[in-house]
Write a protein that binds this ligand. Structure first.
Ligand code: SF4
Ligand SMILES: [Zn+2]
Length: 119
């Protein structure tokens, strides 16, 4: 359950519109996307992470009072899982990145062996 940003009544988080005041709660045509609204005097951008880090290019910035991409800078987001390859993964990555170098080293080794055993 969430609170309606307009009338503060508890509404189902899947609800597209508030059953009490009829406020639209999801982006038009995209019922999975929540519309965030500023209910006070200010603007959403004032507390938005994307305004603070200057990555937002929405034309309504910095005066958005409704936004689907708003992210509250006061609420920590879940840490993204980081990928750490094991030893085998690191070797594979290195081989993928340095394939040309390895090929040249192989050719040099073959040439060296040919010269060594042709005598
Ligand atoms: S994402 Fe929305 S709320 Fe955030 S800065 Fe951009 S326009 Fe403002
Ligand atoms: Zn409402």
């Amino acid at each position: 359950m969430l609170d309606c940003p307009r009338c503060r009544q508890p509404v189902d988080k899947q609800a597209i519109a508030c059953p009490y005041c009829n406020a639209t709660l999801k982006a038009y045509g995209h019922p999975g996307i929540t519309i965030h609204r500023e209910t006070g005097e200010g603007y959403l951008c004032e507390s938005c992470t994307y305004h603070e880090d200057d990555t937002c290019t929405f034309p309504q910035r910095p005066y958005a009072r409704e936004c689907t991409l708003y992210r509250n800078k006061m609420r920590p987001t879940l840490a993204q899982p980081t990928y750490t390859p094991g030893f085998g993964g690191s070797v594979r990555l290195w081989v993928n990145r340095n394939g040309l170098l390895l090929g040249l080293a192989g050719l040099l080794l073959i040439s060296f062996l040919l010269v060594l055993f042709s005598r």
